[in-house]
Structures are given as C-alpha cells and as structure tokens.
Design a protein around this ligand. Structure first.
Ligand SMILES: Cc1cc2nc3c(=O)[nH]c(=O)nc-3n(C[C@H](O)[C@H](O)[C@H](O)COP(=O)(O)O)c2cc1C
Length: 191
C-alpha cells in the first residue's frame, strides 16, 4: 500500500532508521553530489550554520576512545568500544552558529538539525540505510576535541550509514508505520 502517488512524499513517509547496516557506504563524491539536496534547508539569512564531518576506518576507533574517556570507561588491553563500529561510515552533523543580530543560536541549531534530517532522507532515497545517534557524551570535551569543534559549535550527533540487506529491504517494503491521528498533531490557535 502506498501513502502517496508522489515519489518524494512517498519517500518521506516511508523512511525508516536502520540500527544494523551493511559494509558498503556512499563515497565522498556521492556525499558531495547530495549536498544541494541538503543545503536547500530553511536557513534564516542563509548563514549556513552547519558542517559535516565524515568518520571512516580508524576515525571510529578514535571516537570510541573519546567516548570511553568521556564516560570514564577503562578497558582491558585489546578491548575497545564497539559502538562507533556499528557502521563503516559515520557522518557527524555539526551546528556551527554564526554571530548575527537577527538570528539567535536556536534558529541556527534548527537549521543544522534540518540538515541532518534532509541528509538522512537523501541517503535513504539513494538506497542507503541510516540511523541518527547521539548518546550522553556527544558533546563531552574529549569527543568534541577529536572532531576539532570550535567552542561555539555543537555536535548534533552522527548519522550511521551503510548498505541495506536485500531481505531486510523486502521486509521494509512490506511494513508500514501505523497512521497518526491528525487531530492530535494539527489544531487551530486557541481563541
Ligand atoms: C538528534 C537525534 C538523536 C538521536 N539519538 C539516538 C540515539 O542515541 N540512540 C537511538 O537509539 N536513537 C536515537 N535517535 C532516534 C533514531 O535516529 C530513530 O529516529 C528512532 O530509532 C526511530 O526510528 P525511525 O526514525 O525509523 O522512526 C536520535 C534521533 C535524533 C533526531
């Protein structure tokens, strides 16, 4: 069953987060090609208050060490934090607010969050599995440091990206989220 005949709306309505993804990932060129779909985000005064950082290979080990340090976790020799290894590609979404007299920081964070959502949707549309994750220590000093964040920046989390197993895709195609009751989400301004 389709929600929409329009393919864009249908993609939006059927997007799902995948906690387990496969080993293939979009390359940097594919990510660069998707950028126009992401930079069209609503952006007050077009400040572009965001940036993306890709983590591949050993970058993820450095993230694991930073997360451990932030959480005070000490591991046995040879052990490591496996969480960043749940995908071969992590994309850190960074809010990078610019001082502006008419655009408060929260609006710029909203734009950065929009970038995360659009990128997640664009990747999904291109056939990639994605899950946006944060965790308690996303903005701990150790974690910020390995990403090279400025004091003014905020890490909005990571998109974990990978391929989708064919059987899982078939299952996803068959399943649908329950419809929402519009009255619970859309109302008139109170008199
Ligand atoms: C900013 C942000 C951070 C999130 N962090 C986590 C997280 O750390 N762990 C988690 O299980 N889900 C997290 N989620 C939720 C998942 O990405 C996902 O939306 C949720 O599991 C529901 O699945 P769905 O997107 O298919 O509806 C986060 C979502 C957002 C927008």
């Amino acid at each position: 069953m389709q929600f929409f005949s329009d393919p864009v709306l249908e993609t939006m309505a059927t997007r799902r987060s995948l906690s387990k993804v496969g080993p293939e990932t979009p390359g940097d060129e594919e990510l660069a090609r998707l950028l126009p779909a992401v930079s069209a985000v609503a952006d007050h005064k077009v400040l572009r208050p965001w940036r993306l950082i890709t983590l591949r290979g050993d970058d993820r080990a450095r993230l694991g060490e930073a997360l451990d340090a932030a959480a005070g976790v000490v591991r046995e020799p040879g052990e490591f934090n496996t969480k960043p290894f749940r995908a071969e590609l992590l994309i850190a979404v960074v809010a990078s607010p610019k001082p502006h007299p008419k655009v408060p920081e929260w609006e710029q964070h909203a734009t950065a969050a929009g970038v995360g959502h659009l990128l997640e949707l664009a990747l999904w549309r291109c056939g990639w599995g994605v899950m946006w994750r944060t965790g308690l220590h996303a903005n701990a000093p150790e974690v910020r440091a390995v990403h090279g964040l400025a004091d003014t920046e905020h890490l909005m989390g990571w998109l974990y990206v990978g391929s989708i197993d064919e059987r899982l895709r078939a299952r996803l195609d068959r399943s649908r989220r329950p419809a929402l009751d519009p009255q619970q989400f859309i109302s008139r301004m109170p008199a």
